[in-house]
Structure formats: structure tokens, C-alpha cells
Design a binder for this molecule. Structure first.
Ligand code: FAD
Length: 285
């Protein structure tokens, strides 16, 4: 099922999972999916390491399982920084064979140990290429606070427009913790004529370590209310997790009240966190 068509009918709720690391038993991800499916998300997206998949279940295998075993639409992430045209064509062929119709087309993060290939410089190049190859539903990433490499938000939005013009049909945002940033971003996109649906990416804070790692990777700013919570519960991981979940729920309820197109929950493969949040916000946002 093509997920782009959902936005015209409802407010979307989606989950993101990642293929297990090599030292984690493969069964874990299938058990996780078994729980996530009971929460009835509109789709589940599966990340893909820009440096390639770890041995074991690949992004495409997991997408296939989501669809075949759980009858939920899946979205395969596809970063292009280390791909050639030929390798992308091979991946698209695998997606077709496995019935995967939805792709989140990405550039991928630069890896200092892996010189980038030169066929695709930006996600927009990949989006245009996939569009030429056939009938995939294509999504793209967007950054409410601007992508860390962009000189400023305006320039980044101009490049986002290039992705939409190339064929991105909907957007999934980077995680953020300060809703006014998302609302201001949404207005800026509208002024630039970017009107495709956009999901708000929410990452529940479940530990000090996880949030620090994510923030260092993506550059999201931490509002004072959240940093105070982190300071207050610095030595109390159980309370920090409870406060982090509460923060995410308040964030989502506010986004719902402002009519966002959808909520994309970075589950970190933790079905209990996803379940708790879904119980608080309801199935539809
Ligand atoms: P692009 O849209 O290509 O943008 C990258 C940078 O280049 C930006 O600063 C942009 O402003 C700039 N730019 C774009 N076009 C031009 C141009 N013509 N000239 C000059 N500058 C330009 N990474 C993974 O490896 N695997 C994943 O599974 C994955 N999933 C993600 C899911 C979501 C929802 C998000 C938000 C990110 C995800 N990422 C993933 C991270 C993503 O790959 C990185 O953020 C990456 O650095 C940028 O990818 P992009 O597709 O946004 O790139």
C-alpha cells in the first residue's frame, strides 16, 4: 500500500525501527514488530545504515515482514551517499520483488571512513532517479531547525523544495523538542509553496545517554524545560524515563491540537515505549 494516499484521509501515526545490530539476536526485531503491530500504526519505516546493512535481517527483509506477517504498510529508508546508480537499481528491484512500494529517499550522513560515491550528491538526485524508475511512493526528510550542514534554515528550505519538486510526496521531520520551531517551520514551508504532507518526528527521551547521542548527531536544541528535567533526574534513570515519556506525550498532544498531518515516532525498537505513548494519545492523531 502506498502511504502517501493516507494523508488525504486521516492524521497519520507511524513508527520507525532499525535493523538489529550484529550482536543483537535477529528474533528481537521480529518480536518488536509483533508488539508494534497491535498498536495499529499507519506504517512502519525501517532505517538503512548509509554504510550498508549489518549481516542478518536487512531493511528490505524487515519491510517485507511488516507487510506480509503483520499487514501493515512499510517504508524502506534508502540513503544514497554510498550508492551507485547500479546498486540503487538492484535495491529497487529487491523492493519490487518484496512488494515494498514506499521509500524514504535520503542522502545519508557522511562517514569520514568511507569516501562518498559520486553518482548521487544530494537526496534530490536520488528522488529524481527513483521517480524515473517507476511507481514508488517517495518520501523525504526535513529539518525544522535546519540541517546541520546547511548555512541557514532558508537555504535548507530551498533545498527541501528541490526534493519536493523532484518528486517527494510527503516529508518526515527530524526529531525536535520545541514545538514552536515546528510550527514556524511549517509556516515557512507554506510560504515557499511546499504543501506536501509533513509528519512531525518525535523521539521520546528514555535515558540521558540516548538523548545526548541523538542531539550530538542531529543538532536538535534542548529547551530549558527539558534540560531542567534532565538535570533534576540526572541520577534517577527511572524518573528520567517517566518524565521523558510525559514530555513526549505533551509534545504530541500539542501537535495534535495544531492539526499536524502526522506523528512519526522514533521507537528505538522499544515497543513498551511506543505502547505507552499510543495508550496516552489514542490511535489517531
Ligand atoms: P539532503 O536533502 O541531500 O540534504 C543534505 C544537506 O545538503 C543539507 O544541508 C541540504 O541543505 C544540502 N543540500 C541539498 N541540496 C543541495 C544543493 N543542491 N546544493 C548545496 N547543498 C545542498 N540516515 C541514514 O543513513 N539512514 C537512515 O535510515 C536515515 N533515516 C532518516 C530518517 C529521517 C526521518 C531523517 C530526518 C533523517 C534520517 N537519516 C538517515 C539521516 C540523514 O541521512 C541525514 O540527516 C543526512 O545528513 C541528510 O540527508 P537528507 O536526505 O536530508 O539530505
Amino acid at each position: 500500500m502506498k502511504v502517501g494516499s493516507l494523508f488525504a484521509k486521516k492524521k497519520v501515526v507511524s513508527f520507525e525501527v532499525f535493523p538489529p545490530k550484529p550482536d543483537v539476536p535477529i528474533e528481537n526485531i521480529y518480536r518488536t514488530l509483533g508488539t508494534l503491530k497491535d498498536l495499529k500504526p499507519d506504517f512502519i519505516s525501517v532505517t538503512y545504515g548509509a554504510g550498508g546493512s549489518a549481516p542478518g535481517a536487512s531493511t528490505a527483509d524487515i519491510c517485507e515482514a511488516i507487510q506480509e506477517q503483520h499487514q501493515i504498510a512499510s517504508v524502506a529508508h534508502l540513503p544514497c551517499i554510498n550508492e551507485t546508480r547500479e546498486s540503487v537499481l538492484e535495491k529497487l528491484q529487491i523492493f519490487r520483488q518484496k512488494g515494498i512500494e514506499n521509500i524514504l529517499a535520503l542522502r545519508g550522513d557522511r562517514n569520514p571512513n568511507l569516501p562518498p560515491k559520486t553518482d548521487f550528491h544530494y537526496a534530490a538526485d536520488l528522488i529524481a532517479f527513483i521517480r524515473e524508475q517507476g511507481d514508488f511512493d517517495i518520501a523525504a526528510a526535513c529539518y525544522p531547525e535546519g540541517h546541520p550542514e546547511a548555512p541557514d534554515l532558508e537555504t535548507d528550505i530551498q533545498h527541501l523544495k528541490e526534493k519536493v519538486d523532484a518528486g517527494a510526496m510527503h516529508l518526515i521531520s527530524q526529531l525536535f523538542f520545541h514545538n514552536p520551531d515546528f510550527y514556524a517551520f511549517r509556516e515557512k514551508l507554506a510560504r515557499k509553496g511546499i504543501t506536501v504532507p509533513m509528519e512531525a518526528g518525535i523521539m521520546p527521551v528514555t535515558s540521558k545517554k540516548s538523548i545526548e547521542r541523538m542531539v550530538s548527531l542531529c543538532g536538535a536544541s534542548i529547551p530549558s524545560r527539558l534540560s531542567k528535567l534532565m538535570a533534576r533526574y540526572a541520577d534517577d534513570p527511572v524518573s528520567l524515563k517517566a518524565a521523558g515519556l510525559e514530555y513526549a506525550i505533551v509534545q504530541i498532544l500539542d501537535l495534535q491540537s495544531q492539526g499536524v498531518d502526522g506523528i512519526h515516532i522514533y521507537t528505538m525498537n522499544n515497543p513498551d515505549v511506543a505502547r505507552y505513548i499510543m495508550e496516552q494519545i489514542g490511535e489517531e492523531c
